[in-house]
Design a protein around this ligand. Structure first.
Ligand code: PAF
Length: 296
C-alpha cells in the first residue's frame, strides 16, 4: 500500500494521531534511498506498529552550496521504495515548512563531540544544522524509536547527547553500516561517483579492514593503526584519519576500550566518510567481497 504523504507538521500529526498506541518508529533521511536506509526501515517495521520516513534535504547542515545543490533528489523513487518497505507515512516537508520566515533558533551541541572529526573539518555549524533539524523532526513525529546508521558515527553520538540533554522521550536505535559487496559503505552520495571513482573508493573499506587486521594482530597504538589506513589510501590524501574514544570522541593514547577509527576522503567530486569500531576482545572485521582483496 502507498504511504500517506504529509507535507506539513499538521498533516503529519493528523495522520499519526489514531496510531500512536502501537508504537511509532521513525527513520529520518535526506532521500535518495539505498539499501542502508531500507535496513533501517526494516528494523523500524519489525519494532513498531507505525513507521514514518522523513525525506528532507536539510540546508542548514551543508557548508558548501554546491554540495547542497548536487545532493540527489529522487522523491518519486523514494516513495515507491518506502511503499515496498511498508512505510505508513512519508513526511516530506518544504524548506519553508521547516524553516519559516523569521526562524531564529538553532540547537547547538557543544564540547569535544562536535569539535573533532567532521566538526573540525566541516565546522561545528554542520552539527548545529543536524541537531536542529533532528530536534525539529523528533518534535514533529514524536516517535517512540528513531533509527540511525552507524556510518554517521559522530552524528549518532551528537543526536544521543542532544536527546539526553533536552530530555526528548525517544529511544535512539543504531544499526551497523550497510556495505556493498566490496565493502564500500552505502551512501546517497555514491551515485555521484563515476565507475572509475567507484573502483578507487573501494580502497576505503580495504584500508579500514587492514587496520582491523592489524588490531586483531594485537596493534593498539592509534598512530600505527592510522598509518596502516593511510598506507592503503596512498594517493587519495584523506582529510582525516583518526582513532578516538567511541563514546567521548576524545583522543586516546592506546585502544583499551571501544574506539572509533574514522576517516573522510574525497574521491572525484564526492566527499566520503567511513568508520569502524575497534573493540578489544571482539573480532568484527569488514567482509570484502569478490572484487575486494579479502585475505581472511
Ligand atoms: O543522516 C542524514 O541523512 C541526515 O543527517 C539526517 C539525520 C536525516 C538529518 O538531516
Amino acid at each position: 500500500m502507498s504511504p500517506r504523504i504529509a507535507r506539513t507538521v499538521a498533516e503529519l500529526r493528523a495522520a499519526l494521531a489514531p496510531h500512536r498506541a502501537d508504537g511509532v518508529g521513525f527513520v529520518p533521511t535526506m532521500g535518495a534511498l539505498h539499501e542502508g536506509h531500507l535496513s533501517l526501515l526494516r528494523a523500524a517495521r519489525d519494532d513498531n506498529g507505525t513507521v514514518v520516513l522523513s525525506i528532507f534535504v536539510n540546508p542548514t547542515q551543508f557548508g558548501e552550496a554546491a554540495d547542497l545543490d548536487a545532493y540527489p533528489r529522487t522523491e518519486a523513487a523514494d516513495v515507491a521504495l518506502a511503499a515496498e518497505a511498508g512505510v505508513d507515512v512519508v513526511f516530506a516537508p518544504s524548506v519553508a515548512e521547516m524553516y519559516p520566515a523569521g526562524f531564529a533558533t538553532m540547537v547547538s551541541v557543544g564540547g569535544a563531540i562536535t569539535g573533532t572529526l567532521e566538526g573540525a573539518e566541516r565546522g561545528r555549524s554542520h552539527f548545529d544544522g543536524v541537531a536542529t533539524v533532528v530536534a525539529k523532526l523528533l518534535l514533529a513525529v514524536q516517535p517512540d524509536r528513531a533509527y540511525f546508521g552507524a556510518k554517521d558515527a559522530q552524528q549518532v553520538v551528537v543526536v544521543r547527547r542532544m536527546v539526553a540533554d533536552l530530555g526528548i522521550p525517544v529511544e535512539i536505535v543504531t544499526l551497523p553500516t550497510s556495505r556493498d559487496a566490496d565493502g564500500l559503505a552505502r551512501s546517497s552520495r555514491n551515485t555521484r561517483l563515476s565507475p572509475r571513482d567507484r573502483a578507487v573508493a573501494a580502497a576505503i573499506p580495504r584500508s579500514l579492514r587492514a587496520a582491523q587486521d592489524a588490531f586483531a594482530g594485537g596493534i593498539r597504538d592509534p598512530r600505527s593503526l592510522t598509518d596502516t589506513v593511510r598506507a592503503e589510501l596512498a594517493g587519495l590524501n584523506p582529510e582525516y584519519v583518526e582513532v578516538v574514544d567511541a563514546d567521548s570522541l576524545a583522543p586516546i593514547a592506546e585502544v583499551e576500550r571501544p574506539a572509533l577509527l574514522a576517516l573522510a576522503v574525497r574521491v572525484g567530486p564526492v566527499r566520503l566518510i567511513d568508520n569502524v569500531v575497534l573493540v578489544p576482545g571482539l573480532d568484527d572485521r569488514i567482509p570484502l567481497g569478490p572484487n575486494g582483496s579479502d585475505h581472511a
